[in-house]
Design a binder for this molecule. Structure first.
Ligand SMILES: Cc1cc2nc3c(=O)[nH]c(=O)nc-3n(C[C@H](O)[C@H](O)[C@H](O)COP(=O)(O)OP(=O)(O)OC[C@H]3O[C@@H](n4cnc5c(N)ncnc54)[C@H](O)[C@@H]3O)c2cc1C
Length: 373
């Protein structure tokens, strides 16, 4: 941490407490955050923090993104898809966009005028990305994008979608490219916002591309067939984001449970006085400390440009498994109240489950780790 990061943490904490925590129930009902949240976040300077100032961003590093992700998780919000917007979509544009593309899109993302999404998964292909069927066929100065995507975070609010598509279906991974689609383009349609077990306020939607024509210049990186390599290069950050949110979620769960068991009584004494409660929390606090240490080390490695793909997979697998275990133990200590959605621990429990599934399932993480051994 630095003074600059401490100040950012303060700003993010205040923003979460004021603009996000009080809206949880309403966002869950409407299955998305208010669109205005994005512009408010842009105005106070919480979007695209690792993007250079010349493109409207915060001019910081991944450490700045991590601080905001942690504060959002600590504040118990799982609705706002900023880690996809600022932590994934903007870095793709920065890493692979042409100068013209960066100047066109990044300032809008940084100000909250545009919301970003990334669309890899399809109804028939998630883990097996090579099995995607969405196509981007070159036709003169344009690409014609056709196909459908599902489970897309920020799907119903997105103004810009980085679409994983096949520019050459015969060539497997070498035929995959990333194409940017602005959602105002004719032929783009959104499906319903999906009903989820947890993360109820997060806008997760289906997207349809009915012969959407985009300028050939919307191909990210400018050369066809680079998509798979581009994805592989960016996925460690996506996985680290999940790990950062997970450790913050673990710490928040332990803190709120400690507070509860000191207050609640049974058999004439506080729950904390039972050995089972103390042993359970001793285990959870230790798991939090071990995970914190590993995740922080991964963040430092990433800042130094040294986080490799297997280590990022380890961080994602480890932290999400710990999150689910710790939150489940904490729910048990809350008794029946732990199952009531008005209690943050209950929402944390339902929100935790998907962390083992998205960003590459934990089975895929283990495949990646195993291959490196
Ligand atoms: C809330 C939410 C938000 C999401 N946001 C996005 C988003 O913004 N953009 C996006 O593109 N996607 C998003 N996803 C999709 C997510 O990344 C996929 O669901 C995930 O990658 C798994 O793909 P799948 O659902 O098709 O499962 P499948 O790939 O069908 O996997 C099913 C099961 O088979 C296992 N399996 C598959 N292959 C192997 C293997 N080789 N070895 C061992 N086991 C294997 C998996 O681990 C899993 O247990 C989101 C999903 C959710 C639920």
């Amino acid at each position: 941490m630095t003074e600059d990061l401490d100040q950012l943490r303060e700003l993010a904490r205040t923003f979460v407490a004021k603009e996000m925590t009080p809206n949880q129930e309403r966002w869950a009902e409407q299955k998305q955050v208010d669109r205005a949240l994005w512009t408010k976040a842009g105005e106070v300077g919480l979007l695209c923090l690792s993007i250079p100032e010349e493109y409207g961003g915060g001019g910081g590093t991944f450490a700045h993104e991590a601080v905001v992700i942690e504060e959002q998780a600590r504040g118990g919000d799982s609705s706002w898809g900023n880690s996809v917007h600022s932590g994934i979509v903007a870095p793709y544009l920065l890493a692979y966009g042409t100068e013209e593309q960066k100047l066109r899109w990044l300032p809008k993302l940084a100000g909250g005028e545009f919301v970003g999404a990334i669309a890899m998964s399809e109804p028939g292909a998630g883990s097996d990305l090579q099995g995607i069927r969405t196509k981007a066929v070159r036709d003169g100065d344009e690409y014609v994008v056709s196909g459908s995507k599902t489970f897309i975070t920020n799907g119903s609010q997105a103004d810009l979608v980085v679409v994983v598509a096949k520019t050459d279906p015969e060539r497997g991974a070498a035929g995959i490219s990333l194409v940017v689609v602005e959602t105002s383009t004719p032929g783009f349609r959104r499906g319903r916002v999906l009903d989820k077990v947890g993360m109820k306020g997060q806008d997760t939607a289906e997207l349809f591309f009915d012969d959407v024509r985009v300028p050939a210049g919307n191909l990210l990186g400018g050369v066809e067939g680079q998509g798979f390599v581009q994805l592989m290069n960016q996925l460690p950050q996506e996985r680290l984001i999940i790990a950062v949110a997970s450790i913050a979620g673990i710490e928040a769960a332990v803190d709120m449970t400690l507070e509860y068991v000191k207050d609640r009584t049974a058999f004439g004494r506080e729950l904390i006085k039972f050995q089972n409660t103390r042993f359970t929390l001793a285990e959870c606090a230790t798991e939090a400390a071990v995970t914190r240490s590993f995740v922080d080390d991964c963040v430092n490695r990433h800042l130094a440009g040294e986080l490799d793909i297997p280590t990022a997979a380890m961080a994602k697998w480890w932290s999400t498994e710990r999150l689910c275990r710790v939150v489940d133990e904490c729910v048990q200590l809350f008794g029946g109240y732990g199952y009531m959605t008005e209690y943050p621990i209950a929402r944390a429990w339902a929100d935790a489950r998907v962390q083992k599934i998205y960003g590459g399932t934990n089975e895929i993480m283990k495949e990646i780790i195993a291959r490196s051994l």
